[in-house]
Design a protein around this ligand. Structure first.
Ligand code: DX5
Ligand code: ZN
Length: 213
């Protein structure tokens, strides 16, 4: 079964609490929270105090995607905020293995993220430290970008490494009902969707269409 993780980055920031409740009621399986520091990516979004606020509006898993330099500096804060998954970029720290194990040691699910231009050879060395693998299908920093099709090859590679392990394989960026079927066929089982859900006239229907594509 495919899980859909709407990205709150595409929501109306003037009423985020209500937007979380709305997208939960629309059938979101998890809430994807895009944290940006203006360093690792050329944009800012929100930090751990906002994630803590989101926690008060939903019981669905909070899937916290850290697009920040040296994420090891802030793991404790995101754990305290109530994150269920914390994903860190392979490119953002020289000590990704240590950070992933640290996240798990705090009782939170860990995930490694790869940018579109980063090979995933390291995944075989990290696989026993992760609960999720996140493959970027856009260069991170902004919502509403165009899907980069070469990620499909990496989804297949990641699926081979993951095999039948209890590790989620998530894809993030430019996901639509048009490319969802190919992503599923390649082995993804969690799809992040920002603009294709929040800009839809009927977000509940948009979630169903991506899920059933
Ligand atoms: C990109 C973010 C994505 C983004 C997805 O930096 O990590 O989660 O918000 O938004 P869409 O689906 O609009 O590409
Ligand atoms: Zn994201």
């Amino acid at each position: 079964m495919i899980k859909i993780a709407p990205s709150i980055l595409a929501a109306d920031f003037s009423k985020l609490g209500q937007q979380i409740e709305f997208i939960d009621a629309c059938g979101a399986d998890m809430i994807h929270c895009d944290v940006m520091d203006g360093m690792f990516v050329p944009n800012y979004s929100f930090g751990h105090s906002m994630v803590k606020m989101f926690r008060e509006h939903t019981e669905k898993p909070l899937d916290v995607h850290l697009m920040i330099e040296k994420p090891e500096r802030y793991i404790d804060e995101f754990v305290a905020a109530g994150a269920d998954y914390i994903t860190v970029h392979f490119e953002a720290t020289p000590h990704v293995h240590r950070v992933l194990n640290y996240i798990r040691s705090k009782g939170v699910k860990s995930g490694v993220v790869y940018n579109p231009g980063t090979p995933i050879d390291s995944l075989k060395h990290l696989i026993d430290s992760v609960d999720m693998v996140l493959l970027m299908s856009v260069n991170p920093g902004f919502g509403g970008q165009k899907f980069i099709p070469s990620v499909l090859e990496k989804v297949k590679q990641a699926r081979e490494i993951i095999g039948n392990r209890d590790v989620l394989l998530e894809v993030d960026g430019g996901v639509t009902k048009e490319n969802a079927a190919a992503l599923k066929a390649a082995g993804a089982n969690v799809l992040v969707a920002g603009s294709s859900v929040f800009s839809a006239s009927d977000p509940k229907k948009a979630i169903e269409e991506i899920r059933n594509a």
